[in-house]
Design a protein around this ligand. Sequence first.
Ligand code: URA
Length: 160
Amino acid sequence: MKQENLESLAQELVACRECPLREAAQAPVGWFGNYDSPIVFVGEGPGGVEDDYGCPLIGPSGQLLDKALWAAKMTRDRILTTNVIKCRPKGNRTPNIAEADFCAQRWLDKELAILQPKVVVALGSVALHYLGNQDMRITRDRGKWFKTKHGFDCIATFHP
Ligand code: URA
């Protein structure tokens, strides 16, 4: 059921033209990994490599994430990675709060509702601000457990 629901969500995502970020991106980049993973890693948004290949966290940041996973004896095939925003902002700038909210309410919220992970890991401040709240600070609040607005247990760490 998860698989069917995510596949149908992915089809809707590919057709999304709801905000101006889509114009500069090659295509929206969705999620990747094991749908039964108890852990979902949420990054900021696709960079150049992700925009080229249509897969989240595979560029330099994703490679650093892989190293951190290996250090914890974990591999990418056992987790699921996704992003707050799905389209690469022009010039690779950081998405603003309105853009993050607009996109994540349409996609990330639905992904998490289908995936029902045990733990969400917020990678960096954009993910922390969306999953937690705007008053949280990555430098101060990383490593502390909190509940996301969806009710999932979440912990933040620096963006790789
Ligand atoms: N690539 C992604 O997919 N997400 C990030 O947050 C950074 C690079």
